[in-house]
Design a protein around this ligand. Sequence first.
Ligand code: MLT
Length: 267
Amino acid sequence: MPKAKINGVELFWEEAGSGDDVLLMLHGFPLDHTMWLDQMAHFSKLGWRVTAPDQRGYGQSSHDPTEDNTMDLLAQDAAALLDYLGVKKAVVMGLSMGGYVTFAFYRQFPEKVRALILANTKAEPDAPVARENRYKLREVVRQQGSTAARDVMLPAMFSPELHQSGGTLLDNLEAIMVRTRPTAIISTLPGLAERRDVVPDLPGIGVPTLVIHGELDQLMPVENARRMAQANPQARFVGVPGAGHMSNLENSAFFNRAVEEFLAGLK
Ligand code: MLT
């Protein structure tokens, strides 16, 4: 897996495929690029050059623990990575926090965006209670480590049925959360809490946009995503049946097909 000093940190990323059609994939919180392995294999076989970084602090990427991971900063890292790779324009796909970063990327670097894929994410900022809970969680993670974030996040990442039956998907996601370093979580929680309201930006997005969302998402209701797509005539909505928040994992076959169709329309 390649790494380089990018935007002041050691950034790791994984690449698959080659060519001028670039798909940049931004992971959710508190995860790393390995959540995209299935999509990397799938889309690289379809002629896409797929790049999935570990965002700063996550996976094998370093960060400065005294600095907050704002969504703008994470987007600047992603843009600097594209520059480093000599990529002028990419399709940017982000899931959940990756979606917040995708919005921040488009706002700061619209010229680098060919299309957007917003997976299980939302445009609204945190409500006051949610914001307060982020800061409370930050204190608990300081005391107890990453398992505290796992305890809060994991129970809502898949459909209720999958949580009941358990299995490899759940185990794998838990493993990523637990190995995420606490300082990354501590640095990111304020960035999540203070992220901007991008609802007013939605009508102005001027590139093809796919809003894709697990129909059983317990963290972000699917109706919200539907409304997000309705705010822009260039946006299309697809609901992923039988999937919760991690729709790319829980129903990867459907997710990949829907994204594939969208990507095919761009070529
Ligand atoms: C994520 O999956 O990235 C998080 O649920 C985002 C969030 O906590 O808002």
